[in-house]
Design a protein around this ligand. Structure first.
Ligand SMILES: Cc1cc2nc3c(=O)[nH]c(=O)nc-3n(C[C@H](O)[C@H](O)[C@H](O)COP(=O)(O)OP(=O)(O)OC[C@H]3O[C@@H](n4cnc5c(N)ncnc54)[C@H](O)[C@@H]3O)c2cc1C
Length: 406
């Protein structure tokens, strides 16, 4: 079976590796960029995706360039702690939560694609649109071409720009000393003005790459300014937006002020759609289900798509029914990803911030006078169920790895 992977981002690279591991040897990767550069800022690989990358043999390489996040805590704007929970291995998963620079994750994935598939199968500088597909000799074409997907137009002709929820994000990575135990992800403020901070990489001199995000509701929403992953801005803008949020264990002013390159982009998604298929073309990752980054699930869901699609192509390879494989893939992945897209719109577990801020605008003396632990637990559990990352379910489920009969 000949398979064309369009887009060598996180999802496309994970797909190429999964297809290679399954034994497909006619896989071609088409990428618009002339060279795959390590762009972006922080991203999280949640345990369900860490399992998949581990099964693809990448765990050691990722461990070398990522931080195994151990805890997540929520705080009000005065830095008072509202909630803390273990993450990754500490939460009982057999796989870690890797917090990582998107560029370093892509570096590991795409490096493995190059090594395993060979350069002859990788076509850089090839931006494919619907009109180019006649020239692509493949039984199946997978659009892994990101939030501004060109191939999605085949599936949803006339769809407009992504939907913006009115939140603008300023994001950056600063090299500085670790805070707390060096493995903590922190969110502080309220949904309309919050700061998110987490370490991404341990450096040889004891310092860390620390990712920060200032997310502020700056408008009522749509239409969206074009989502440009490299729109740089002045750190002073981000500093002004973070004003009023304090943490006693971290100097936010210094963290943001010392950042050399600050990126700015809107928080956007798209309406879930009932099918991802148009003939031999299907979609994967952000092309299929762009989601707001609440819940840190975008990369993980793209990786899971890749693994399920490879497994379905294996299952249907014997009968040559490649299009049935695409249908089976979307029957499994559309409901799963739709639940995450919709849950992220409700801000996922980060809703905890508003539940407390709405009831207590000032410092509180006892959290239990403001909100019960049961109420907070219910919010977190709700999201975990929707996003499908219960530790027992993940630890107990069968592997998605599949192999063609030889
Ligand atoms: C440059 C960049 C920086 C990003 N930075 C961050 C970040 O800092 N934090 C974060 O949370 N998320 C970031 N993202 C998004 C994040 O990577 C995705 O949400 C997630 O990983 C899902 O991956 P994906 O493979 O579906 O999409 P992406 O990782 O966006 O990959 C899409 C790929 O398709 C290529 N492409 C686009 N159109 C075509 C075409 N017509 N033909 C061929 N190739 C095409 C792109 O060049 C890109 O390599 C970034 C994406 C990009 C492209």
């Amino acid at each position: 079976m000949r398979i064309a992977v369009v887009g060598a981002g996180i999802g496309g690279s994970a797909l190429a590796l999964s297809l290679h591991a399954a034994g497909f040897d006619e896989v071609d990767v088409y990428e618009a960029a002339a060279e795959v550069r390590e762009l972006g800022v922080g991203i999280n690989v949640l345990p369900h995706a860490a399992r998949e990358l581990t099964e693809l043999g990448l765990a050691d390489e990722l461990d070398a360039v990522a931080v195994r996040t151990a805890q997540l805590s929520y705080h009000n704007r005065f830095g008072q702690q509202l909630w803390i929970e273990p993450r990754g291995i500490e939460a009982g998963y057999r796989w870690p939560q890797w917090s990582i620079h998107r560029g370093h994750l892509l570096g590991v994935l795409f490096g493995a694609v190059r090594e395993r598939l060979g350069d002859a199968r990788i076509h850089l500088g090839r931006r494919l649109g619907p009109d180019d597909l006649d020239s692509i000799d493949a039984d199946v074409v997978v659009g892994c071409d990101g939030v501004h997907s060109a191939l999605r137009h085949l599936v949803v002709p006339g769809e407009g720009a992504p939907l913006w929820n009115g939140v603008t994000m300023w994001r950056g990575v600063t090299i500085t000393e670790p805070f707390l135990d060096g493995r903590r992800m922190v969110m502080a403020g309220r949904l309309s003005r919050r700061v998110i901070v987490y370490p991404l990489r341990n450096l040889p001199d004891g310092r860390q790459l620390i990712n920060w995000v200032v997310a502020v509701r700056t408008a009522d929403g749509r239409p969206m300014p074009k989502q440009d992953w490299s729109a740089e801005t002045d750190p002073r803008e981000a500093l002004a937006e973070a004003d009023g949020i304090e943490l006693d264990f971290l100097d936010l002013h210094r963290l943001i002020g010392e950042c050399e390159s600050v990126l700015k982009y809107p928080m956007a998604d798209r309406e879930p759609i009932p099918t991802w298929r148009a003939g031999r073309v299907t979609l994967l990752g952000d092309a299929a289900h762009p989601m707001q980054p609440n819940g840190s699930n975008g990369a993980a869901q793209a990786i899971l798509d890749a693994r399920v699609l490879a497994r379905e192509l294996v299952r249907h390879a014997r009968t040559g029914a490649s299009l049935d494989a695409l249908d089976a893939y979307e029957r499994e992945r559309i409901p799963a990803t739709t639940a995450v897209v919709l849950s992220n719109r409700k801000a996922g577990p980060e809703r905890i911030l508003d539940v407390v801020a709405d009831r207590s605008a000032e410092r509180f003396s006892r959290l239990e006078d403001v909100v019960s632990t049961d109420e907070l637990t219910a919010i977190v559990d709700d999201y975990q169920r929707a996003a499908g990352f219960d530790p027992d379910v993940l630890n107990g489920r069968e592997s998605l790895s599949a192999q063609l009969d030889v």
